[in-house]
Design a binder for this molecule. Sequence first.
Ligand SMILES: N[C@@H](CCC(=O)N[C@@H](CS)C(=O)NCC(=O)O)C(=O)O
Length: 246
Amino acid sequence: MVKKYSKEKPKKKISKKKSVSKKSITKTKVTKTLIKSSDPTFIIHYFGGNGRACIARAILSSHNVEFKNHIISNKDWPDIKKSYLCEFGQLPILQHNKKIYNQSISINIYLSKLFNISGNNLEEEYEINNLFCTYEDLFSVGGKYAFCQNKDEKNKLKKQATDKYLLYLKQIEERYKKYGKGNYYLGKKFTAADIYVTVGLGNIADILEFKNSEKYAPNLMNLCKRIKSKELKNFYDNYYFKHSLF
Ligand SMILES: N[C@@H](CCC(=O)N[C@@H](CS)C(=O)NCC(=O)O)C(=O)O
C-alpha cells in the first residue's frame, strides 16, 4: 500500500554496506510511518488552524464518522512537505481508505458527494461548488492579512479583506433569501452550503475579528446560529480552532 502513494519509492531494505545520506534516511522514515494499515478510514492532515481544512473537518464531524485530525507541527512540516503525502507540497490532504486526495475545494466536493450533501441537482451543485470557490477568494486575502508582519501593510490588508468579506456576505445573504425557503440554505435539505456559510464565512469573520455580520446578513446569521448548535455542534465543540490566527 505504502509504495503506491510514494513520490519516491521507499527502499524496502537498506543494505548496511551501502552509504545512505542523512536526507534519504529521513525521507524513508517519513514515508514508512505516514500511512499505516491501522489508520482510520479518514484522516485530515493539516496545520493547527482552521484555514483550508475547516470545511472538510466540518463535513466529517457532522456525519459522526471516525476520523483522525492529524495536526502537523512546524517542526515536522519540512519532511512531510517533501514526502509522497504532499504531491504539490501543500496541505490540506485528505486520506480516505489509504488513498490520498489534495486541493481543498476538490476535497470538499469529494466529501460532499460521498455524504450526499452535494445538492439535489446540477443547479444546487453549482451553487455549492461556487460557494466553496468563494472561500478560496476570501481565505487567500484573509490569510495574507493574518500572516503579515508589517503593521502598515497589515492594516491595508485588513481593510481589503474586510471589504471583500462584506461584499461576499451581502451577496450570499441575497442568494439565501432567494433559495432558502425551507430550513436550510438551499431549502429543505441540509447540504454542504450550510456547512460553508457557517464554517467558511464564520472563520473569515473570526480571522478579521469582524463582529457585525448580523447587521449585514441577518437571515444568514440566523441560519448559522441554528446550524452551529445542531448539525455542527460536534464540530464546534471539538474541531474548530477558536483562537487560531487562520
Ligand atoms: N490550492 C491549494 C492551496 C493549498 C495551500 O496553499 N496550502 C497552504 C496552507 S493553507 C500550505 O500548505 N502552506 C505551506 C507551504 O506551502 O509550505 C488548496 O486549496 O488546497
